[in-house]
Design a protein around this ligand. Structure first.
Ligand SMILES: *[C@@H]1O[C@H](CO)[C@@H](O)[C@H](O)[C@H]1NC(C)=O
Ligand SMILES: *[C@@H]1O[C@H](CO)[C@@H](O)[C@H](O)[C@H]1NC(C)=O
Ligand SMILES: *[C@@H]1O[C@H](CO)[C@@H](O)[C@H](O)[C@H]1NC(C)=O
Ligand SMILES: *[C@@H]1O[C@H](CO)[C@@H](O)[C@H](O)[C@H]1NC(C)=O
Ligand SMILES: *[C@@H]1O[C@H](CO)[C@@H](O)[C@H](O)[C@H]1NC(C)=O
Ligand SMILES: *[C@@H]1O[C@H](CO)[C@@H](O)[C@H](O)[C@H]1NC(C)=O
Length: 739
């Protein structure tokens, strides 16, 4: 496809929103954001206006900065989002401020610095996308409006203009299923619990840890309305869900003649919880259900014309015949355009790279060409590591968004592929006949590795990669702490070249540390970086501590780097214990095992307890807060505990969404390690072989006991991070005297 073809695609996508919307309303939304962010006093020094005419001839979002130095700073944007991104640019590059999930550093210089000669910046692409279907379960599931408001502010400041608005869809589905003649108990039996809705929505799962309480639906509808209002007020495009073809089994009771196919199982779940039913594309119920749902949804929420749906996400289609795949795809699209003639379908491209053995060139082509060109917007979801656009000729001419996935399961663990992230979007843009129309941030879970997200958000507004990542990370560290402290900067440079410079196959993004896994003798302790860099970064941060104790971001990072170092120490203790066991050295086994279980893990738990972002209590309390009764609170809490540990009733996706939280280390990981090392010692002492399957039988009840322990965990931090980190350093650092 030549330039004219791409222009046609872009033209269509631009139609999807821009000409509607109100400049004055978007400017007002940004002014309110400035007040929330800076407070009413400082906000008075900023003037905000939204002028569509600022967008360049290609219609790309643009901001323009001027003033300061004694007069108010004037922030102009072609949309509310562009103005918010311009404000962020000013705060970051002129004031040395930093905005992040864990805390923001917003000390403004006085007077506000002047913007010499003004500054105008256009984004290189139409879209900056945010979210992954899974983020709604791993991170957003228990959020209230106050937390959503903060997130939408974060999105606006980072210039995000396309995001899922996924709440409340089960309430709409419930109306549709009731209209179709399903009973309430059939519906209750179908939905998963809140913590697993992401996979219910993609057809991977049903039933598991449900049903959804009535109050859940009401609260989600309310939230969805507020979320949509706020996103739209900034000029963002919210993406609503659409029907992908999955139906509850009970459909076959109401319509005995219906043509459905049962898919295979997913994620080690048996067919009581997975193996969903997929409607055949030619069945008359397909357009009926698809249009019923979209009509009911858009009647409730309005529409911005972009809809998300995933039919074969991590699920092998029943036939590999391209004509079947094309029909299954076209049926989803047809139902969309029947209700909304302007519909554009947003598809997660994850399926193509997740099951490459199934998705050969003709299968991929069948899906991509089943929808008119320009009407399928594909997320190249894991493009920083396994891009799909480059091996599918830019998704056969469909527009795509280059996304950084980065995180799986909301795991803690320092990790990033910053060099690859930095180069990726430009390479995709320069790809021959590229149909790239945006950049995206698509983590499964948020609230970790903030540096990675800062870089990716910045790239959404850059035409070229950051020229010098070492300089960039140095300035990141200085802004984050509000002062350029040489030891802290040196620490960040070490982190950049080690944990944050993953490249190639090693970069899965999962935390595979033995610490968070069910122990066995076969665990790998390999990492992609030189561990000495983490230990040295830890030392440097501790040296910087006296100058930075007042910075919440510094305390967070000191904790996080100490946590990473302890994770490394656990790996080496495990290696020692394993070697001792294999060499039948009981003394050494007891020493290494004792250090791991009775020293390192308790120290880690104590350290984590010192910061509110690392408390199990906070995570569980959020879930309980959603409830309207004690029994609901217990139900939500159970959902929440399952997700971060066993995931399914039998440990079906065990420890996938592992976290390092105070309380979880003490009451879940620690007992498990104790049992493992105790079993090894017992087996050596008695001369009986160690049997992994026996161990797994006895450890499973311990894991379940955590889920059911009914304990309430603190929601207030305790102890001082700097003191605790230093204490751990002096006991366990490879060079304790170096401090
Ligand atoms: C790009 O598109 C042009 C015009 O359609 C075509 O001639 C050329 O072969 C394409 N290049 C590549 C690398 O696909
Ligand atoms: C609009 O901005 C983009 C990105 O900066 C640039 O590539 C393009 O040439 C600009 N178009 C016009 C007509 O100025
Ligand atoms: C699936 O597993 C659950 C336990 O996790 C069990 O109760 C149920 O009977 C199993 N269902 C099937 C169809 O095997
Ligand atoms: C990251 O690693 C690559 C080699 O894989 C190297 O070329 C590059 O300089 C490293 N970047 C940093 C910031 O250390
Ligand atoms: C790791 O870093 C340390 C300290 O800089 C150095 O002595 C060591 O050789 C490095 N190890 C490897 C495998 O590069
Ligand atoms: C740290 O702060 C002390 C005063 O509290 C000051 O003397 C020293 O220069 C600072 N060190 C650095 C490296 O900024």
């Amino acid at each position: 496809m030549g330039a004219a073809g791409l222009a046609a695609i872009l033209g269509f996508l631009l139609l999807a929103r821009d000409l509607v919307g109100d400049e004055a309303q978007e400017a007002e939304a940004v002014r309110e954001l400035v007040v929330r962010l800076l407070g009413p006093g400082p906000a008075a020094d900023f003037l905000v206006s939204v002028e569509r005419a600022l967008a360049n001839e290609s219609g790309l979002d643009t901001y323009s900065l001027s003033g300061g130095g004694g007069v108010p700073v004037l922030v102009r944007g072609s949309s509310g989002v562009a103005a918010a991104a311009g404000l962020h640019r000013y705060l970051r590059d002129f004031c040395g401020c930093h905005i992040a999930w864990s805390s923001s550093q917003l000390h403004l210089p006085s007077p506000l610095p002047a913007v010499p000669d003004g500054l105008t910046e256009a984004t290189p692409n139409r879209y900056r996308y945010y979210q992954n279907v899974c983020t709604h379960s791993y991170s957003f599931v228990w959020w209230d409006w106050a937390r959503w408001e903060q997130e939408i502010d974060w999105m606006a400041l980072n210039g995000i203009n396309l995001a899922l608005a996924w709440n409340g869809q089960e309430a709409i589905w419930q109306r549709v299923y009731l209209a179709l003649g399903l009973t309430q108990s059939e519906i209750d039996n179908y939905f998963t619990g809140p913590a697993f809705l992401a996979w219910g929505r993609m057809g991977n799962l049903h039933t598991w840890d449900g049903p959804l309480p009535r109050s859940w639906h009401l609260k989600q509808l309310y939230l969805q309305h507020r979320i949509l209002d706020r996103m739209r007020s900034f000029g963002m495009t919210p993406v609503l869900p659409a029907f992908a073809g999955h139906v509850p089994k009970a459909i076959t009771r109401v319509f005995p003649q219906v043509n459905v196919i049962q898919l295979g199982n997913w994620g080690h779940f048996n067919c009581s919880y997975s193996c969903s039913f997929l409607l055949a594309p030619g069945d008359p119920l397909f357009p009926l259900i698809g249009t019923l749902f979209l009509r009911e949804l858009t009647k409730e929420f309005g529409t911005d014309h972009i809809y998300g749906a995933d039919t074969f996400n991590e699920m092998q289609p029943p036939f590999s015949d391209p004509s079947y795949l094309a029909a299954a795809t076209a049926a989803v699209y047809e139902a969309m355009v029947t209700v909304d003639p302007d519909a554009v379908w947003l598809l997660q491209g994850w399926l193509f790279q997740h099951q490459p053995q199934f998705w050969g060139p003709s299968q991929i082509k069948a899906v991509l060409e089943a929808v008119p060109r320009g009407r399928l917007l594909v997320l190249d979801l894991f493009a920083e590591t396994q891009p799909v656009y480059s091996r599918t000729a830019s998704f056969h001419g469909q527009p795509f968004i280059w996304c950084m996935l980065h995180n799986f399961g909301g795991n803690h663990g320092l990790f990033g592929a910053l060099e690859d992230v930095n180069q990726g979007p430009q390479a995709a843009r320069l790809f021959p006949n590229s149909t790239m129309v945006g950049t995206g941030i698509a983590p499964e879970g948020i609230g970790q590795n903030e540096v990675v997200y800062a870089l990716m958000a910045e790239l959404g507004w850059r035409k070229d990669p950051v020229p010098d990542l070492v300089a960039w990370v140095s300035s990141f560290a200085s802004r984050r702490y509000g002062v350029s402290q040489p030891d802290a900067v040196a620490a960040w440079r070490l982190l950049l070249r080690s944990v944050y410079n993953c490249s190639g196959e090693a970069c899965s993004g999962h935390n595979r540390s033995p610490l968070v896994k069910r122990p066995s003798l076969q665990m790998s302790t390999a990492v992609w970086y030189n561990r000495s860099d983490v230990f040295e970064a830890w030392r440097l941060l501790l040296r910087a501590a006296p100058n930075l104790t007042a910075s919440p971001a510094f305390r967070y990072d000191l904790l996080d780097v100490t946590r990473q170092a302890v994770q490394e120490l656990v790996s080496s203790c495990y290696e020692e214990a394993r070697t001792a066991f294999l060499n039948q050295d009981l003394d050494l086994l007891l020493r290494a095992g004792g250090l791991l279980t009775y020293k390192l893990l308790p120290s880690l738990d104590e350290l984590l307890a010192s910061n509110s972002h690392f408390l199990l209590g906070t995570w569980l309390d959020q879930a309980r807060e959603v409830a309207v009764s004690e029994s609901e609170a217990q139900f939500y809490e159970q959902n929440s505990r399952y997700q971060i540990t066993l995931w399914g009733p039998e440990g079906n996706i065990l420890d996938y969404a592992n976290k390092q939280l105070a309380g979880l280390v003490a009451d879940y990981y620690q007992p498990r390690w104790c049992l493992f090392l105790g079993t090894l010692a017992h087996s050596l002492a008695r001369g009986i072989p160690f049997q992994q399957h026996q161990f797994e039988k006895s450890v499973f009840p311990l894991e379940q006991a955590f889920i059911n322990n009914k304990k309430r965990y603190p929601i207030q931090p305790q102890g001082d991070t700097v003191d605790l980190s230093k204490k751990i350093f002096l006991k366990f650092h490879p060079q304790p005297d170096s401090l």
